[in-house]
Design a protein around this ligand. Structure first.
Ligand code: ADP
Ligand code: ZN
Length: 524
């Protein structure tokens, strides 16, 4: 392995041109690299495809010593190391999949000063390797996917917790944390957990001007809808995310049957098959990958033209990261999501049943509600996401489904919403949607629900059909005026926030549906 041969006085820009062959820095890269070169601790939040890796790779090469890069996925580390080697950069990795001899060889090369970058997994750092690595002359420490350190983020990894010790292990060594996805609370938590010293925080705009977004409630035949959405992208590559392994298989089958080349991908497939399918997706044109969230991290395919959520993701952060895999080449791409009340219910019950602390569950629950309010809301899609991530002064995108909708369309269902919420309260917040609709439409049968028929809300909603009421209840659940609780299969409807309900009764809060609920055909 050759000794270091850096041209004298090479600047970050020179190195960008010489090693990577690019002409100019993009977005915040220059500012981030400047701070790291100056030895500061940095948190950089850049969108997927924003070029986060160069932010630590370039300073690692330029600064004396070896740059340590902590990364959560072994496969991802291997790809990055291979890519760097192909560019002539002296990079190696250190993870649990390697033999003792391989690890020692890597460490010895680093100790001899013959290495620019060493990728390490967080668990390798935690168990013993940390001590050996701490003897090295380390130029900087990069923490990739830094949101994994925070339980407020959407992908908390307990292994990342140990990274707080890096400050003691490597006193005075600059650290740079990078992520594509962190709301304000998560950003604060990253700074705290990693104990960054006087950190500079760089947050790029979350705008992705080439993405056209849309969402709609699920109706009966989910796979039919997905097939027609995918068919609109004939010959293009895309990803369809589904919540379950079974779901990915069924969608891939339905697409194949409709003449669209498609593959399924999930953690239940053996690793060779997964690797082969991922390779095919990267190399072939016009393939649709029907996948669980197991697919995506580190999949750098620039010409993904669409990302369809056949089932909603867990949070807006996850949504943005997943949708962000479309159009990384900057050319037009589409993100479209399907969501339903059963998804909302499932998300909530997962959270309730998790063994996380009360506080964590409360935050997760809130994130779930924000996600569904976003999908079901009427605001500009890109604008809503950007505001969620803390951007102020956001212009509407003009191209999403909500921006494209004619002004003045939609149906003012405030009156029906008031009836529904009153009925929920009158009936004691202890019955489900079906019985509430029977109650509102005054259809109690003998021997069933007669007690409830004595209440003042009985039969006040005969103007609306059962389907119409279902549309109203869906809207109220998505917008958080009502919530489902209790057993997943037989939930009862409650009023989660009495203040919101009061605002509705006072007429300070309106409820709008996309269509006239009287016209709603029987879809469910
Ligand atoms: P991220 O990790 O932020 O998703 P990457 O670091 O993988 O993004 O970069 C995405 C792609 O953009 C890569 O192919 C990378 O080589 C390329 N890239 C990064 N910086 C630049 C730049 N300044 N000019 C041109 N291409 C760049
Ligand atoms: Zn818009």
């Amino acid at each position: 392995s050759a000794a270091r041969k850096l041209p004298a006085d090479e600047t970050p820009l020179d190195l960008l041109k010489r090693v990577y062959g690019y002409d100019a820095f993009r977005g915040l890269q220059d500012a981030v690299i400047g701070d790291v070169m100056a030895g500061k601790d940095v948190l950089a939040v850049l969108p997927t495809g924003g070029g986060k890796s160069l932010c630590y790779q370039i300073p690692s090469i330029l600064r004396p010593g070896v740059g340590l890069v902590v990364s959560p996925l072994i496969a991802l580390m291997a790809d990055q190391v291979d890519a760097l080697k192909a560019l002539g950069v002296r990079a190696e990795r250190l993870d649990s999949s390697m033999s003792y001899e391989e690890k020692s060889a890597a460490l010895e090369a680093a100790a001899r000063g013959e290495m620019d970058m060493l990728y390490v997994s967080p668990e390798a750092l935690a168990n013993g390797m940390g001590q050996r690595v701490s003897g090295l002359n380390v130029s900087l420490i990069a923490i990739d996917e830094a949101h994994c350190v925070s339980q407020w983020g959407h992908d908390f990894r307990p292994d990342y917790r140990a990274l707080g010790r890096l400050k003691q292990l490597f006193p005075g060594v600059p650290r740079i944390a990078v992520t594509a996805t962190a709301d304000e609370r998560t950003r604060d938590d990253i700074l705290t957990q990693l104990d960054l010293t006087a950190p500079e925080t760089h947050v790029a705009s979350f705008d992705r001007p080439n993405l056209t977004l849309g969402a709609e409630p699920k109706t009966g035949g989910k796979s039919d809808r997905v097939v027609s959405l995918v068919k609109a992208h004939k010959g293009e590559s895309g990803i369809v995310y589904a919540a379950t392994r079974d779901g990915t298989e069924k969608l891939a089958e339905a697409l194949e049957k409709a003449g669209v080349p498609a593959l399924a991908y999930h953690a239940g497939l053996d690793s060779e098959l997964r690797a082969e399918r991922q390779r095919r997706f990267l190399l072939e044109d016009g393939l649709t990958m029907c996948a669980t969230v197991a697919f995506g991290m580190g999949v750098d395919k620039p010409d993904v033209r669409f990302v369809i959520h056949a089932d909603p993701p867990k949070t807006l952060e996850a949504y943005w990261q997943e949708v962000g895999r479309a159009g990384r080449d900057g050319k037009p791409a589409e993100g479209y999501a399907l969501y339903g009340p059963a998804d909302l219910r499932r998300s909530i019950s997962w959270t309730m049943e998790s063994d996380a602390s009360e506080e964590v569950r409360r935050v997760q629950l809130n994130k779930t509600r924000q996600l569904f309010a976003f999908f079901n809301g009427n605001d500009c899609r890109r604008g809503a996401v950007r505001r969620y991530f803390g951007e102020a002064k956001v212009e509407p995108c003009g191209v999403c489904d909500n921006c494209q909708r004619e002004p003045g369309t939609g149906y003012d269902a405030t009156k029906f919403a008031q009836m529904a919420v009153s009925a929920v309260i009158r009936c004691g917040q202890r019955i489900g949607r079906g019985r509430l609709i029977i109650h509102l439409t005054g259809q109690a049968r003998d021997g069933f629900d007669e007690d409830l028929s004595q209440l003042s809300t009985y039969g006040i909603g005969t103007d609306l059909s059962k389907q119409g009421w279902n549309a109203v209840f869906d809207e109220l659940l998505f917008s958080g005026l009502l919530a489902e609780s209790g057993e997943v299969m037989r939930p009862v409807i409650i009023v989660p926030d009495a203040e919101e309900a009061k605002a509705l009764f006072r007429g300070e809060r309106e409820v709008w549906l996309r269509e006239d609920p009287n016209q709603r055909k029987s879809k469910r």
